[in-house]
Write a protein that binds this ligand. Structure first.
Ligand SMILES: Nc1ncnc2c1ncn2[C@@H]1O[C@H](COP(=O)(O)OP(=O)(O)OP(=O)(O)O)[C@@H](O)[C@H]1O
Ligand SMILES: [Mg+2]
Length: 262
């Protein structure tokens, strides 16, 4: 299946070893309940075409970091650059075209059909006048094609509330892909899914990665992380505590727990 076709011809991207995503000293506002900022000096770089897993205990700051990449989290310090473009209010429309996001919990509208949810991913690039009387036919065709390629042809006109968790997750992937992003951020795409559905969702991400997408996904399942990702970044208390190969990940968590106890 070819689910994804990259449309950008930006030559900067074709250089190897380019830091496609660059996070420098990211810090959010101080939160009194945590007695620290949620992101507390994050530095990391991700190259074009990487498949990176973001790991960490509940509350470590994983979702906040992903959201910051699409300008949903105000920073008090630091800078994010994506493909050489600084993430700021002025550049947000471009950033959000290049970066698709699967939110934790799916973020789908349960009363709408699968195809209408996928079309919602098109709102960022359509002016209000263009959708006042419904989406253009070519958008509907594209949304239908994406759902078919993700194995959801029969479910295209069913309400989200009638779909299984794994099917909903694939609708969320289709919604992120309809804008032809270069980067896909997936926040816990397998949480709540059974073993087979989890594998299917991860296999879909792996296929998109093969087709050229840069993928950053949050997971809690270390076995899935090791099986699919090329690199792991582990967060703890808003800081990067490990950035490297997906080897011996359980040991990294044991070390982290011991350090937190000391
Ligand atoms: N808007 C907010 N206001 C105050 N605190 C917040 C806000 N958003 C997140 N937090 C806190 O920041 C911390 C990090 O939250 P975040 O959602 O990034 O964690 P996470 O690593 O994704 O955790 P999980 O694995 O549970 O999804 C948590 O302690 C959370 O309670
Ligand atoms: Mg989270």
């Amino acid at each position: 299946m070819t689910v994804y076709s990259q449309t950008s011809t930006n030559s900067y991207l074709s250089q190897s070893n380019v830091n496609f995503i660059e996070c420098c000293h990211l810090q959010t506002d101080y939160i009194s309940s945590l007695q620290r900022p949620i992101l507390n000096g994050i530095n990391c770089q991700i190259n074009q075409g990487e498949f990176v897993v973001l790991l960490g205990l509940n509350g470590a700051g994983k979702s906040t970091l992903l959201k910051s990449l699409v300008g949903l989290v105000p920073l008090v310090k630091g800078e994010i650059q994506i493909n050489g473009v600084s993430v700021n209010n002025q550049n947000l429309p471009q950033i959000r075209r290049d970066v698709g996001m699967l939110f934790q919990g799916g973020g789908l509208i349960r009363q709408l059909s699968a195809i209408d949810n996928v079309l919602c991913g098109r709102l960022a690039v359509r002016k209000t006048g263009q959708t006042l009387f419904g989406f253009p036919q070519r958008d509907r065709i594209l949304a239908g094609e994406l759902l078919t390629q993700l194995g959801l042809k029969e479910q295209a006109y069913q309400k989200i509330s009638k779909l299984s968790g794994g099917q909903q997750q694939r609708v969320a992937i289709a919604r992120a892909l309809i804008q032809s992003p270069q980067i896909l951020l997936a926040d816990e795409p397998t949480t709540g899914l059974d073993v087979i559905a989890s594998q299917q969702v991860m296999a879909t991400l792996a296929e998109l990665h093969q087709q050229g997408l840069t993928i950053i996904t949050v997971l809690h399942d270390l076995a899935l992380a090791t099986e699919y990702a090329q690199r792991a970044i582990i967060l703890d208390n808003g800081k990067v505590v490990y950035d490297g190969k997906c080897e011996n990940l359980p040991a990294k968590f044991s070390d982290m727990r011991e350090q937190n106890l000391n």
